[in-house]
Design a protein around this ligand. Sequence first.
Ligand SMILES: Nc1ncnc2c1ncn2[C@@H]1O[C@H](COP(=O)(O)OP(=O)(O)OP(=O)(O)O)[C@@H](O)[C@H]1O
Length: 236
Amino acid sequence: MTKAYGEGDTRVVALDAVDIEIPRGRLTAIMGPSGSGKSTLMHCLAGLDSVTRGRVWIAGTEITGLKDKELTKLRRDKIGFVFQAFNLLPTLTAEENITLPTAIAGRKPDADWVEQVVAAVGLQDRLRHRPAELSGGQQQRVACARALAARPEIIFADEPTGNLDSRAGAEVLSFLRRSVDVLGQTVVMVTHDPGAASYAHRVVFLADGRIVDELADPTAEGVLERMKRFDKIRTS
Ligand SMILES: Nc1ncnc2c1ncn2[C@@H]1O[C@H](COP(=O)(O)OP(=O)(O)OP(=O)(O)O)[C@@H](O)[C@H]1O
């Protein structure tokens, strides 16, 4: 897919003929310098933004070309989101926040599944608390549980640990990885942080709107090494 913003002199090509496949049941991290197109890629993959050229499928459904109403329904039914700002509703308890999207979609939350998700996220004794009574890490784990509760085809996480200290961040990342390994979820995560990327099965590196490299079963050191290499290429 290609995504360009603006026209004429102000035209910016944010994604330049990117071809990517996100495997089911895997945690994929997207990394790259600021402005390399990470958020644009995620937004286009999730149907939050349109592409200029190219096509996107989610679980066999082509989302490019869907009408607004169909796209909204597909996002609601098939996609989960986790953002840097946790985006929980302050007046609802953790449990209500977790089950709300499924209820809005007009489905009855699957109680066994929600219990599994809550157990996996380690929040059993926090379910009656409101977001303000939870730590940042706990709030983000609620947001992850909310994304998982609806059993989406895919979860997109945009800098999910950007607002957390390293210990809380590690808890959230371990949980995201467990949701993949134990619950079979498919997750795509955008991150700046090599440590966060090391939780993924695969890291895809973007630079100037193109995929320039990828790394399987990454370590934080390995990711850092690759990033240094791109910096050298960019500045030479
Ligand atoms: N709505 C927009 N209008 C014009 N240009 C945009 C728009 N959104 C993004 N861009 C441009 O597209 C390019 C890619 O931006 P994008 O936000 O995807 O990068 P990123 O890798 O996510 O950056 P960061 O790590 O800083 O969040 C940048 O040059 C940016 O300025």
